[in-house]
Design a protein around this ligand. Structure first.
Ligand code: PEP
Length: 258
């Protein structure tokens, strides 16, 4: 049996998501999604679930092009507020995202934790809000270089997972992304053995759900290294930042086996 077949038997189809961060206007987003779709065919989508997470301002355009062209591309958001509605100037709620056909929402990205002070309790509230609105939370966890060098990565990541899942009964609807902070946007990556080892720690922290939850790797993934990560049975896909902005580069990552 191939590794992909084993993953599928456990209900874990490969998933590769582009996180565009604060890049691409709505017009650029339309072009990138269309160009990406020209480079992918049905066999690719059968093998890999493909997602893009544009900025909020491009979600409506993304929805329009995906629906008009009937593209099997999953639309995602990069964040949400935890409340359904209310006096939270500047914020966007999960039900608002769901109305735009958003399928997944990234929560707890390290850039939100670092620049916007998000902690595990807030990540947990956001994950619950995303689930309540019928979407998939993609929960990011990962250590700083300091934590890695002090040998505390496994403990740190286990704590982040425990904080994120508190009070969530059905964990099977979550996706996790292991993103070592020192690997994001730096061109540095852990060895594939290291990444797989931490991902196994994440699975252990998920208890019985550990075998069925999809866990991605993220951090300087590109067309040259994706196949090595995907060769690890425990790694179900990738969360890709910089290399997802260009449709050629992202399509090569999605078609990593070619
Ligand atoms: C990210 O922002 O989630 C990410 C992994 O970025 P990059 O691929 O650019 O390292």
């Amino acid at each position: 049996m191939t590794e992909s077949q084993e993953k599928l038997d456990e209900g874990r189809k490969d998933l590769i998501i582009g996180n565009w961060k604060m890049h691409h206007t709505h017009l650029e987003a339309i072009q990138v999604i269309q160009k990406l779709s020209y480079r992918l065919d049905l066999a690719d989508y059968e093998r890999v679930d493909v997602g893009v997470a544009p900025p909020f301002t491009a979600l409506r355009s993304g929805q329009t092009v995906i629906e008009a062209d009937r593209l099997p591309i999953h639309l995602g958001a990069q964040d949400t507020h935890f409340a359904e509605s209310g006096a939270f100037t500047g914020e966007i709620s999960a039900p608002m995202l769901a109305k735009l056909s958003v399928r997944f929402v990234i929560v707890g990205h390290s850039e939100r934790r670092e620049h916007f002070g998000e902690d595990d309790a807030l990540v947990n509230q956001k994950a619950k809000a995303v689930l309540a609105a019928g979407m998939t939370p993609v929960v990011c966890v990962g250590e700083t270089l300091e934590i890695r060098e002090s040998g505390d990565t496994n403990e740190w990541v286990t704590g982040q997972v425990a904080g994120a899942i508190k009070g969530i009964e059905d964990l099977s609807k979550l996706v996790f992304a292991y993103e070592p902070i020192w690997a994001i946007g730096t061109g540095r990556t852990p060895s594939t053995d290291d990444a797989a080892g931490v991902i196994d720690v994440i699975r252990a922290a998920l208890g019985d759900a550990g075998d069925v939850v999809r866990v991605l790797y993220g951090g300087s993934v590109n067309a040259g290294n994706i196949a090595d990560f995907m060769a690890k049975r425990t790694i179900d896909g990738a969360l890709v930042g910089g290399a997802s902005l260009d449709p050629d580069s992202f399509a090569s990552i999605v078609r990593y086996w070619v």
